[in-house]
Design a protein around this ligand. Structure first.
Ligand code: UTP
Length: 301
């Protein structure tokens, strides 16, 4: 029988040190691209892929995230009273239904693999998705939807993959490629953060995964890998060593690394330029500052 993917894990227990001091009190995943938090984009993408159960692996200080998905009766009441129907609808669309969301804690930041392992009992013995909200991916068909469609064919582990330049491979999990099959790439290995010059390819793992329960089983051994953390990549490669197929999936779409300041700023500008209510003013402003910057650097030559 063909399995369906209906559960997604959102590991959001990281410390977000690249955004300190902001992340001292604001979870990274609550930071907004224009007016929607990163985590909302992730949940919308999961819904569009047919996910029915949303499992958040959180940590101390992430209370704002749970509040965000809760209903806000007072706020709703006040919007209703003042006739702000559109805002009311926007607000309601962020509420999660009772029983479709679960929060559990990773008590120590032992790594992404460990965060996923924390959700093992809620996942049980079925394939599941993992979404990292700080990778924001835009495109005609949402990335996870593309992957779920591919999974319906392969019924095997699939990780989102994209080409990165040589000098960036040491920041990612990198695929060792056995064979290209259209958008899918059959792997013969995966290395987390390879030392510069040792990368088996330039195809990097991005924060979307569809995995089999074997990966959870492999995480049981709590192997400590690159950076002293329990790495998800290692467990996926262990599943491959145990005989399962692992595919990279070249998704269609633009990915923004919102876990980094540069990526977050790029996404902010790109998302704002997509918005009719903001586009013209922003474009004029960007034009103006770029022109004056150019003038200053010309004058300095
Ligand atoms: P990152 O490597 O981006 O780490 O984690 P981070 O802590 O979020 O951010 P920096 O590097 O300190 O700025 C990738 C994903 O894995 C989750 C993070 O929340 C993020 O979604 N993660 C990481 C956990 O849930 N637990 C961990 O122990 C580590």
């Amino acid at each position: 029988m063909r399995s369906k993917v209906t559960k997604a894990i959102f590991p959001v227990a990281g410390m977000g040190t690249r955004f300190l001091p902001a992340t001292k009190s604001v979870p990274k995943e609550i930071m907004t691209l224009v007016d929607r938090p990163l985590v909302q984009y992730a949940v919308d993408e999961a819904r569009a892929a047919g996910i029915k159960e949303f499992i958040f692996v959180t940590s101390r200080g992430k209370g704002a995230l749970e509040d965000y998905f809760d209903s806000a009766p007072q706020l709703e009441q006040s919007l209703r009273k003042s006739g702000k129907k559109e805002l009311l609808e926007i607000l309601k669309s962020t509420n999660m239904g009772s029983g479709e969301v679960a929060y559990l804690r990773q008590h120590q930041p032992l790594g992404l693999g460990h965060a996923v392992w924390c959700a093992r009992r809620l996942v049980g013995n079925e394939p599941f998705a993992v979404i990292l909200p700080d990778d924001v991916i835009t495109g005609k068909t949402p990335c996870l939807r593309q992957m779920v469609d591919a999974f319906e064919e392969t019924q095997s582990n699939i990780v989102a993959a994209m080409e990165v330049p040589d000098d960036k491979t040491s920041s990612y999990g990198i695929l060792d490629i056995q064979e290209h099959r259209g958008d899918l790439v059959l792997t013969k290995g995966m290395v987390e953060k390879p030392a510069p010059g040792t990368q088996p390819s330039n195809l990097a793992v991005i924060g979307r995964y569809i995995l089999t329960p074997t990966v959870l089983e492999k995480l049981n051994r709590k192997h400590v890998g690159a950076g002293g953390e329990i790495q998800l990549t290692d467990a996926i490669d262990d599943a491959r060593n145990a005989g399962e197929d692992v595919y990279g999936f070249r998704f269609e779409g633009q990915r923004y690394d919102c876990g980094s300041k540069a990526g977050f700023l790029q996404a902010t500008v790109a998302f704002a330029l997509e918005r009719e209510d903001l586009r013209d003013d922003l474009r004029a402003f960007l034009h103006e500052i770029l022109m004056s910057e150019e003038a200053v650097s010309k004058a300095a030559e």
